[in-house]
Design a protein around this ligand. Structure first.
Ligand SMILES: CC(C)(COP(=O)(O)OP(=O)(O)OC[C@H]1O[C@@H](n2cnc3c(N)ncnc32)[C@H](O)[C@@H]1OP(=O)(O)O)[C@@H](O)C(=O)NCCC(=O)NCCS
Length: 177
């Protein structure tokens, strides 16, 4: 998906976080919720935008697609990704990465795992919503090839009112495995 020259050295701690380690992402469990909540609250520019315990509990109850990425030696959770499957499409509901590892390719690695799942399941399309104010997330999605296809007015709660959501779409055939 991205040129090899953009990846960190395969021997660096960042490379390990991003995907060069032998440790695969694993499915999230209820026991992971406290660590995920703590990690995500720190990761978000505005902690009010982080997912709640209820969001995670209901995602797990609904058997949505989930992955957490953990540090091999400590088991510490450094990233989480949740997606909901529909007919011929997946909806990326949330992704968050440990603040200390931002820019190290962890989100990219989690998304690669999601793309691999979609390909195996024969799912051609991924959708997501994102706050226009979340510039970091927008950069990540654009780098991945997501394109903006619409706006949902007043979709998110925001201080003093509501904030729109940008709707983005990725055609998996456009992503190199
Ligand atoms: C958004 C978030 C998940 C990105 O995670 P990350 O691990 O730092 O992202 P990555 O390092 O995998 O970056 C993926 C790509 O986006 C680019 N990117 C990441 N952050 C960037 C930034 N701040 N500015 C410009 N580009 C950026 C990277 O260069 C990389 O590009 P490449 O694949 O061409 O090398 C992380 O910032 C986060 O946890 N934010 C808080 C939670 C959140 O807002 N989630 C989104 C909800 S919609």
């Amino acid at each position: 998906m991205s040129a090899p020259s953009r990846s960190p050295s395969p021997f660096s701690p960042l490379a390990e976080a991003a995907g060069a380690s032998p440790f695969a992402d694993r499915v999230m469990t209820e026991d992971d919720i406290p660590a995920v909540l703590a990690m995500e609250r720190l990761a978000c520019l505005d902690s009010a935008h982080a997912w709640s315990e209820d969001n995670y509990r209901s995602s797990l109850r609904s058997a949505y697609w989930t992955r957490v990425r953990t540090q091999p030696d400590t088991g510490r959770i450094i990233g989480v990704c949740v997606a909901m499957d529909g007919v011929d499409e997946m909806h990326l509901l949330n992704i968050a990465v440990d603040k200390a590892l931002h820019g190290a390719g962890v989100a990219r690695a989690l998304l690669d795992t999601l793309y691999a799942f979609c390909r195996e399941a024969g799912v051609p399309l991924l959708w997501l919503e994102v706050r226009p104010s979340n510039e970091r997330a927008l950069m990540v999605y654009r780098r991945q090839g997501f394109v903006e296809v619409g706006v949902r007015k007043g979709y998110y709660p925001a201080p003093g009112g509501r904030e729109d959501a940008l709707v983005m779409r990725l055609e998996l055939k456009a992503v190199r495995p």
